[in-house]
Design a protein around this ligand. Sequence first.
Ligand code: ASP
Length: 338
Amino acid sequence: MASRRTFLQSSAAGLAGLAAAPLAAAALPPVPAAGKPVVISTWDAGVNANKGAWKILGAGGYALDAVEAGVMVTEAEQGCCVGLGGNPDRDGIVTLDACIMDEKFNCGGVAALERIKHPVSVARRVMERTPHVLLVGEGAQQFAVAQGFPLEPQRLSVDAEKAYKEWLKTSLYKPVVNIENTGNRPTGPVGGPQNHDTIAMLALDAQGRLSGSCTTSGMGFKMRGRVGDSPLIGSGLFVDPAVGAAAATGQGEDVVRMAGAHTVVELMRQGRSPQAACREAVERIAAIKGAKAKDIQVAFIAINTQGQTGSFALQKGFNFTVSTSATPVLRDSEFLLK
Ligand code: ASP
């Protein structure tokens, strides 16, 4: 009969077997010194966003303030995929999704929010000033206005308008993986590449508090009323102060169906590093999708309570930004489908 000791040894070996092969040291994201802050965010938009977050983290501030301020930088940039400059839904309306979560399981989100510049800040108000976790559509907008957020004009940015007109030529819904990373609007070939992108940010502050945020205009030319993973706690974002935090970007439907960010955190709870946890979550999505996995992009970022960070993507092309000082470090992510 196996003794408890043998059992523990063999379980540890089993876990080690499940873990992803270690990354080359050069590919590993920087780790902060004990008691020092760290912030990780999705894509190269994270370079500017992390700088915004670092103003708070570097001064000894609160992770929650940092993850809000950080992604507000991207929302204000009004690029293709986050904030009011984002691509519209198929009816030509920009609808925004966002959420935020602190180190005490407090969380808030907004979905399908229109004409508000900073959905992440409305999400924080939902968290702090309502008994609810998620407000959607008209109700979310009413709440935002009541909270003093200005109602911006209902119009598309010049680039979004161009992309929408191009898309209308075919009206095909056919997302192209990593289009967000090309810096281009989807004005390309027939079949219409659809842009999608999200900024998600996770931070550990000098006091060891973890927080996360996530904000996006969602999949370009989505059906009216479509909500992705990004405003959903447990899918696009999850924070557990005893374990770590995780966030997602990419095809939201495939993140939602396996509760992506929560899954990554649970895998870290079972002993995986942030990198290995992200990898295993991506492997699950690949297994669920089968042959269709090659048609989508999904990626996770994660951080644990020691400040170790990691990321893993389904396809080549995902990058992420880590800061352990005022200078952000942009890294290409490891990925599954070679
Ligand atoms: N996850 C976002 C959504 O599905 C889009 C993205 O990150 O590319 O709405």
